[in-house]
Design a protein around this ligand. Structure first.
Ligand code: HEC
Length: 139
């Protein structure tokens, strides 16, 4: 009996690294999706809207033009938020590391903050990595 348990334990130890890599990645993407859609609500600003004002699911996180009050200057009458899906030029310009660091420090690779209304996030590494993992899965 004890040897069966031992063998089972050994098999689990042997399989664990292979399985945990894929599972960890899956868990991270799920966590990122949750943070993006339900906590930070990035799509509210980074997804264009349909004529009826709904978020356009077919252009999820493709970047949008945001309306704002032109109180500060006419330039602020609208703002564009960038594409954050897998087709975004940010991935080649900043790399995944650059985007992760931006979400942790609120500073882009040039050391600048983004303009409002982009929030200044100071997320922990795990959350920033999960968000990037999720964004990279978007068509
Ligand atoms: C309230 C609206 C809003 C929300 C919510 C929002 N963003 Fe943004 N984001 C913007 C705008 C507007 C810009 C463009 C700012 C600029 O041009 O400097 C931007 C820019 C960015 C940039 C590029 C920054 C740069 O310096 O070029 C990244 C990356 C980004 N957002 C990621 C995210 C992620 C990830 C989330 C959710 C965790 C998120 N944003 C939530 C409005 C928003």
């Amino acid at each position: 009996m004890r040897s069966v348990v031992c063998l089972a334990a050994l098999a689990m130890v042997a399989l664990a690294p292979a399985l945990s890599g894929a599972r960890a990645e899956e868990a991270s993407v799920e966590h990122g999706k949750y943070l993006v859609e339900h906590v930070a609500r990035c799509p509210e600003c980074h997804t264009p809207r349909t004529e009826s004002g709904e978020l356009d699911r077919s252009r999820w996180m493709k970047g949008a033009t945001l309306m704002a009050l032109p109180i500060i200057s006419p330039r602020d009458a609208y703002r564009k938020s960038p594409d954050l899906s897998s087709t975004s030029p940010l991935w080649s310009r900043w790399g995944e590391d650059g985007v992760e660091r931006f979400l942790q420090t609120a500073r882009n690779p040039r050391g600048n903050h983004a303009d409002p209304p982009m929030p200044t996030y100071t997320l922990n590494a795990e959350d920033a990595q999960a968000i990037v993992a999720y964004l990279r899965t978007l068509p």
